[in-house]
Design a protein around this ligand. Structure first.
Ligand SMILES: CC(C)(COP(=O)(O)OP(=O)(O)OC[C@H]1O[C@@H](n2cnc3c(N)ncnc32)[C@H](O)[C@@H]1OP(=O)(O)O)[C@@H](O)C(=O)NCCC(=O)NCCS
Length: 212
């Protein structure tokens, strides 16, 4: 999605992001993936895509070219990168994109950022020319289900006791073929509305995290 004029960037997850991603993962999920799992996932560049969402005013300038740059980068980079607000990933399997994870830091929710990550993943699905996008979601996770339903995901099945922590069931939610004119129209309309929403809202950090 076109992000010009917005204080956000969406970019591929890199190895240096994993400590922060893992920290968010532990905060957000009751069955968190390990750092090793994320490292493995981002190495499968042809069959998976992992993205991070950054708040650009807080990004560290990785482009600095002076001979001192590597030292400065190490000194300035905090162990927990506050510019990293969320992440999402998907696997490309045959003609499907399977969303494997999606998360936004709690303090930054409700601003359209989870939607921005989902849009970015669906755009990757278009780039890979898959037929549809699918995922599993806890039956109790109504917030995520609402987000997915907004983007045309429908419940097509249920996996019994899918989650090992509490044996909660998962809904399988799947889109219609994303190349169909009807889906493309719906997707473009939603993406344009999201851009307008992000441009219209104040983009200051939430009060509780305004102090770095
Ligand atoms: C799911 C998640 C990524 C959504 O991120 P977010 O940035 O808060 O969501 P957004 O602000 O982009 O909202 C997008 C849509 O999600 C739904 N949604 C968001 N917050 C909601 C809430 N409190 N109640 C109901 N629906 C909600 C709505 O459909 C919303 O669209 P709308 O603004 O037009 O109503 C975030 O809540 C999260 O990280 N949850 C924990 C991890 C998780 O459950 N991941 C999904 C695993 S399958």
């Amino acid at each position: 999605m076109e992000l010009s004029g917005l204080p956000y960037a969406v970019m591929p997850m890199a190895k240096r992001d994993i400590p922060t991603v893992s920290q968010i993962e532990r905060e957000v999920f009751s069955l968190p993936w390990s750092s090793t799992a994320f490292r493995y996932e981002i190495e499968r560049a042809n069959t998976a895509c992992y993205l991070v969402l950054r708040y650009t005013p807080w990004m560290i300038d990785e482009e600095e070219t002076s001979w001192l740059a590597p030292v400065r980068r190490v000194l300035r980079r905090p162990a927990f990168d506050p510019s990293l607000l969320g992440y999402g990933g998907c696997w490309f399997m045959v003609d499907e994109a399977h969303i494997s994870t999606l998360a936004v830091r709690p303090a930054w929710r409700g601003r359209g950022l989870g939607e921005l990550l989902l849009v970015s993943l669906i755009e990757e699905a278009y780039r890979h020319q898959v037929n549809l996008v699918t995922l599993e979601v806890r039956v109790g996770n109504l917030v995520a289900q609402n987000l997915y339903a907004k983007y045309g995901f429908r419940q097509v099945g249920r996996r019994k006791a899918y989650y090992s922590d509490n044996r909660e069931d998962a809904y399988i939610m799947t889109t219609d073929p994303i190349a169909s004119p009807a889906y493309r129209r719906q997707f473009d309309t939603l993406r344009d509305a999201l851009r307008r929403r992000l441009l219209a809202q104040p983009n200051d950090p939430p009060a509780e995290v305004s102090e770095l």
